[in-house]
Design a protein. Structure first.
Length: 292
């Protein structure tokens, strides 16, 4: 079971379960974890801040889609889009745009209209961060589905926006799969830098392990330095995950994950990969070739 012909790109429980059982899923997850960590390490400080959690990542994605839409990217349109999807508040959108402008990644043109209605201009660095982010995810998805087009399909800004549109649209249509029910992995994914910390916990495990998450030795101070958070933040996250039955802590630096948490993580990554597969096939149908 190595190619796209073995697993459909739908979102039924059976399709996700089949992908979760794919023999190369752990390999794909390892790649996603390690490559995203390298991307994070190389990224500028403002970029890390703009992509530090799922909420800001959703704003980032929506901004790129709106930038290439007929109405354009405006603060008003971004607020309307995120409120329709129930992904962000007006205050958080305004803060996101202010951070982006202060970093020089966004320009507010002069004009007589209130600034919230002016068409905002995204600079190349803003687009490049997301292009690299999505390229990493395409690389991971291609480990499972080699029929998918390569990351170079996103070389053009319009193509990047078109792909982001499909990714956002499918996420909205299947919001029930994205938003719930609550599982212990959300202790990581919903908190500051939690997704990166989870990636580190995956990347540092033994490469030949039987399941995605088994055991890892950590440095709490090292995690705090790497991701710009406090030791208290790390301690709270680990303690909450232990209380939720996701892991056990042996001493101060040995983490053993429960089988249920590993299955939860594998299901989450399978869902991410399925969204990538479906979005690529919808956005670039002519560039999907026969499975190898």
């Amino acid at each position: 079971m190595d190619g796209a012909g073995d697993i459909d790109t739908g979102f039924s429980p059976q399709a996700i379960a089949a992908l979760q059982a794919h023999p190369r899923l752990t390999e794909a997850c390892n790649h996603l974890a390690r490559a995203s960590l390298a991307h994070h390490a190389a990224m500028d400080p403002v970029g890390r801040l703009l992509l530090e959690d799922l909420g800001r990542s959703s704003l980032y994605l929506a901004a790129i889609v709106l930038d290439k839409s007929p109405d354009g990217l405006t603060a008003t349109n971004l607020i309307a889009a995120t409120q329709a999807n129930r992904t962000s508040s007006t205050g958080r959108v305004t803060e996101f745009l202010r951070l982006t402008q202060d970093a020089g990644d966004l320009m507010v043109p002069s004009g007589e209209e209130r600034w919230t209605r002016r068409r905002l201009i995204l600079k190349p660095r803003f687009l490049e961060r997301m292009r690299r982010n999505m390229s990493i995810q395409i690389e991971g998805a291609r480990i499972i589905d080699p029929a998918l087009p390569p990351p170079s399909v996103l070389a053009d800004d319009a193509a990047l926006a078109h792909f982001c549109f499909w990714l956002g649209a499918l996420s909205t249509v299947h919001r029930d799969m994205v938003a719930g029910p609550w599982t212990p992995i959300e202790i990581f994914l919903s908190r500051k830098s939690g997704g990166r910390i989870l990636a580190r916990l995956i990347a540092d495990q033994a490469p030949g392990r039987a399941r995605l998450m088994e055991a890892v030795t950590i440095s709490r101070s090292g995690l705090a330095r790497e991701f710009g958070v406090s030791r208290a933040h790390i301690n709270k996250m680990l303690a909450d995950a232990q209380a939720a039955g996701g892991l056990t802590l042996s001493g101060s630096d040995n983490v053993v994950f429960t089988e249920a948490f590993s299955d939860n993580a594998a299901h989450t990554f399978a869902l991410v990969i399925q969204f990538m597969r479906a979005s690529l096939r919808a956005a670039f149908p002519g560039q999907v070739h026969a499975a190898l």
